[in-house]
Design a protein around this ligand. Structure first.
Ligand SMILES: Cc1cc2nc3c(=O)[nH]c(=O)nc-3n(C[C@H](O)[C@H](O)[C@H](O)COP(=O)(O)OP(=O)(O)OC[C@H]3O[C@@H](n4cnc5c(N)ncnc54)[C@H](O)[C@@H]3O)c2cc1C
Length: 480
């Protein structure tokens, strides 16, 4: 099973792919051994092979060397050494990136932050958690729960992905429509720059003096600095959550219902959509109780006090009915709410049951264009002769069309490539972007040119150069 964009092959070729230079490997190993104990450095093929790819599995490159530091001083020493020797450094969290952000470099050090897995402190009064970058996203909410608090951004990969990766990708999730993305929930970051100096970004106050470099760091895909500590905002856990499930007999009507909900002033705690193909793919696997006859279903979550939830659910039902919902059901208890969500959360694994490979596209569009974009994607299915179930964060306008194809068939692969590219071009044409939450990595290097003009790309290069003049941090990714 791969989850990849075939087009990235072409973009990858010039940077970082190739055989390992054994002489160079030995030189770098010797230089790093002066600063790190032996168990922090891996060079043997059987040890470095597990790092050869992230969740973008079609693209693989064994790193020249893997470093597994335990302390910030060791990260500083690695970067100083690599800076002096001009060795590329690729930071890595859990390796769940779907865009190849953590793909290793043949002449580089793969810098795993996995051992930075400590929650440093939780301050329930200030509602702030200070965590190391290798802490799993879900672990923050699990630990904060004892204070009645939670960390809102919840990528579907939250059981595995790390906060360092979330910061680098500005990750989103189901709750982000109400509570914001990573960028809205991170207050401060400590990081090591490419020359080994330490910098602080943002603060635990509401505003900080100087330029807002925290916003530049968040979403920078490991190209500006290696994050070593993060302060995140915690929120009070809502007393109650209920989920409204609505069926529609027309995909465009479901898309328009999303715009109608937001237009009515409702801010759902989650607003997700699946079309008929996605429901048919998921339901036999997850048994979430989805309507197999519907052209599309919407899942709308309301959270707050029992009174707030009762009022909001009523308004949601009203808007959904007016927008043409053919059936509505509201979760009766927590178990049923989780059952409704189980299907959506298992959508990617379920794709593996119906197709040898899938390409998970990730773009955003203005919410009001959702209906027409879905219609256009349906027309592309016929054009390319490939199925494309749609699962996405409808409230954010963040599409995840899953183009189903067979990587062992070159023709199927080429059609999937063209299909994915046309979806992203469509996203840009209707006023959206080529990435919603999975980042650019190596996957979307080509489509960045469709999104941004030469002057804007030059501005990106300038920012990168200001942070990392030697260009050693994650070269070949995001803006190359
Ligand atoms: C099944 C599945 C579902 C997913 N669902 C979602 C979703 O709902 N929303 C979403 O946004 N994403 C989703 N993703 C994508 C992915 O989980 C996120 O991008 C996540 O933030 C990556 O975290 P990671 O720890 O795995 O980072 P990695 O994959 O290891 O790295 C990602 C990027 O972060 C950089 N990086 C990692 N650690 C650091 C650090 N300490 N300092 C500097 N740079 C660093 C890397 O260089 C790389 O560029 C999903 C992935 C999968 C496989």
């Amino acid at each position: 099973m791969t989850t990849t964009a075939p087009s990235a092959h072409a973009a990858l070729a010039p940077e970082g792919i190739g055989p390992i230079d054994r002489q160079r490997q030995l030189e770098v190993l010797q230089a790093l051994r002066a600063h790190l104990p032996g168990d922090c450095l891996l060079v043997h093929a059987e040890d470095t092979r597990p790092y050869e790819c992230d969740a973008l599995t079609m693209f693989r490159q064994v790193p020249m060397l893997v470093a597994l530091p335990r302390t910030e001083q060791q990260v500083v020493a690695i970067l100083r050494t690599c800076h002096r020797m001009q060795v590329p450094v690729v930071p890595r969290g859990a390796g769940t990136s779907l865009s190849g952000g953590a793909l290793p470099h043949a002449r580089g050090v793969l810098l795993s932050m996995a051992r930075f897995d400590r929650i440093v402190s939780i301050d329930p009064l200030a509602r702030i958690a200070v965590v190391q970058p290798g802490v799993r996203n879900l672990a923050i909410s699990e630990q904060a729960a004892r204070h009645g608090l939670f960390y809102a951004p919840d990528p579907s990969s939250q059981i595995a992905c790390t906060i360092g990766g979330n910061v680098a990708e500005n990750s989103g999730g189901v709750h982000c429509v109400k509570y914001g993305l990573t960028i809205h929930n991170v207050m401060r970051a400590r990081a090591v720059l490419s020359d080994g100096s330490i910098a602080l970004f943002g603060s635990e106050a509401l505003d900080s003096p100087g330029l807002d470099l925290l916003s530049v760091l968040i979403g920078s895909e490991g190209m500006l600095a290696v994050v070593t500590e993060v302060s995140v905002r915690l929120l009070p856990k809502p007393q109650l959550a209920r989920c409204v499930m609505a069926s529609f007999d027309d995909v465009e009507a479901a898309g328009n219902a999303v715009a109608a909900l937001i237009g009515a002033g409702i801010i759902p705690a989650g607003l997700e959509m699946m079309d008929r193909a996605a429901v048919a793919m998921v339901e036999p696997f997850a048994q979430a109780g989805y309507d197999l006859a519907a052209a599309a279903i919407l899942l709308c979550e309301s959270d707050g006090t029992p009174e707030e939830v009762a009022d909001e659910v009523e308004r949601m039902e009203q808007v959904l009915r007016q927008a043409g919902a053919t059936a509505l059901s509201v979760s009766r208890d927590e178990a049923e709410r989780l059952k409704f969500w189980a299907g959506r959360k298992n959508a990617f694994p379920a794709a593996g049951r119906v197709s040898p490979d899938y390409y998970c596209t990730d773009g955003t569009i203005p919410r009001k264009r959702l209906g027409e974009v879905l219609k256009a994607i349906a027309a592309m299915e016929s054009k390319y002769g490939l199925r494309c179930p749609n699962v996405f964060h409808a409230g954010d306008g963040n599409l995840h069309p899953l183009v189903l194809y067979d990587a062992s068939d070159p023709d199927s692969l080429a059609r999937a490539e063209a299909f994915g590219a046309e979806i992203l071009e469509l996203c840009v044409r209707v006023g959206g972007t080529v990435t919603g939450e999975h980042g650019v990595g190596v996957e979307k290097l080509d489509t960045m040119c469709a999104q941004f003009d030469a002057a804007t790309m030059q501005a990106f290069f300038g920012v990168r150069k200001a942070f990392d003049p030697a260009g050693i941090l994650n070269p070949g990714k995001a803006i190359w």
